[in-house]
Design a protein. Structure first.
Length: 215
């Protein structure tokens, strides 16, 4: 709203108007994303149960959002990976948040460029009761996202799923720290689970179990 007011007061300066309107447009786009994330917490945010390809969702996300990221993606998903059962939009939001965090954890290298890797691995797992993940028995796709970034200090690991928590400086956040709390909310609604392992200076591994689609 402030940028729109600046534009209205700058009718004599088209360059300034363009910049103010561009910033207003970018802020509006961020508001759309934030609203979508908050709706995930609402009663109306229950997922649809549909057959989805993780390979397709990941390819679309990387092509659309991470093509220019200064990180090298390594994907290890073969044709034998089961389809998953869930809501394509919510699963896309889940994976986007995890991938975004992985890319942001990679420190800046030479000339401000990020130099690091994000490895994505998937495997089929069949769980019985009891199991180490404390979820229902059945078939799942186990998806791991591994980065070689800065890692998370041990005393912060129990806070990472808190809404608005961020390890970044409050004045230098890319987003509002909702990513992992949203991810946990989505995967719980899909009857799966998410876990994070990390060590400061050694990178982070996010492991998700998503129920497989059974014909």
């Amino acid at each position: 709203m402030g940028n729109i007011s600046i534009a209205k007061m700058s009718l004599h300066n088209t360059g300034k108007i363009h910049g103010a309107l561009r910033r207003a447009e970018e802020s509006s786009a961020k508001a759309v994303v934030l609203t979508s994330r908050l709706l995930t917490f609402s009663e109306g945010g229950e997922p649809l149960n549909e057959k989805n390809s993780l390979s397709k969702i990941l390819k679309n996300l990387i092509d659309l959002h991470f093509r220019t990221a200064q990180a090298l993606f390594h994907c290890s998903l073969d044709s034998g990976i089961w389809p998953v059962n869930g809501d394509e939009n919510q699963l896309s939001q889940l994976l986007y948040s995890v991938l975004h965090n992985a890319v942001q954890a990679i420190p800046d290298g030479t000339d401000g460029a990020r130099e690091g890797t994000v490895t994505i691995h998937a495997e089929n797992v069949s769980l019985t009761q009891p199991n180490e993940f404390s979820i229902a028995e059945g078939k799942y796709v186990k998806l791991s996202v591994i980065d070689n970034g800065i890692g998370i200090p041990a005393d912060n690991l129990d806070k990472i799923f808190d809404p608005f928590y961020s390890t970044k400086d409050i004045y230098n956040r890319n987003g509002m720290g909702l990513g992992l709390s949203i991810s946990r909310s989505i995967i719980r609604k899909h009857k799966g689970t998410i876990a994070v392992q990390s060590a400061e200076g050694e990178g982070t591994t996010v492991t998700m179990l998503i129920p497989a689609y059974i014909e």
